[in-house]
Design a protein around this ligand. Structure first.
Ligand SMILES: [Zn+2]
Length: 138
C-alpha cells in the first residue's frame, strides 16, 4: 500500500521483517530502515552518517534528508520524509501518463503522415518533370 505517513520506531536493532508505514531508527547502529513508501516492498536502508542521511527528530516527528529513492529503488519512487509525512516528488498520475502516451502516439502518426505526404508530393513532382521537362507547374 502506498504510504502517506511513517510512524517512527526507535529500536536498538532493526527487525528483519519490517512493517509498512514504519520507520525503524537505530541510533546505536546509525541506520534507519523502512519499506518503500510506494508499497513495492523494497527494503530501504538509510545510513545516518554525516555524508549520507541526516535524521531530525522534533517531538517524535522525524525528517530524513536528503530524499529517498529514484536511483536506489527499482520502482523509481522519489520522496522525502518530512515530519513523518511522505512528500512525493513530482510524478505522473495514471491520467497524465495516458495523456502523454496519447500525445506521443499522435506525434508518431503525424510524423508518418507527414513523411507519406512528402513522399507522394515528391513522386508527383518527379512525374511532372518527366512529362514536361520542367521543375514545377507554372
Ligand atoms: Zn517502491
Amino acid at each position: 500500500m502506498r504510504q502517506s505517513e511513517f510512524t517512527p520506531e526507535f529500536v536498538t536493532t532493526v527487525p528483519e521483517e519490517l512493517e509498512e508505514g514504519r520507520l525503524y531508527i537505530s541510533e546505536r547502529f546509525r541506520t534507519a530502515s523502512h519499506l518503500c513508501a510506494c508499497g513495492c516492498g523494497a527494503h530501504v536502508v538509510t545510513s545516518l552518517k554525516p555524508a549520507k542521511w541526516q535524521l531530525t527528530n522534533r517531538d517524535g516527528r522525524v525528517s530524513l534528508s536528503p530524499s529517498i529513492g529514484r536511483w536506489q529503488l527499482p520502482c523509481q519512487s522519489h520522496y522525502w520524509i518530512r515530519d513523518n509525512r511522505v512528500v512525493w516528488s513530482y510524478s505522473f498520475t495514471e491520467e497524465e501518463k495516458s495523456a502523454v502516451q496519447r500525445r506521443d502516439a499522435q506525434a508518431v502518426r503525424d510524423y508518418y503522415e507527414a513523411r507519406r505526404g512528402r513522399r507522394s508530393l515528391e513522386f508527383l513532382r518527379r512525374v511532372w518533370r518527366r512529362l514536361t521537362g520542367r521543375d514545377r507547374p507554372r
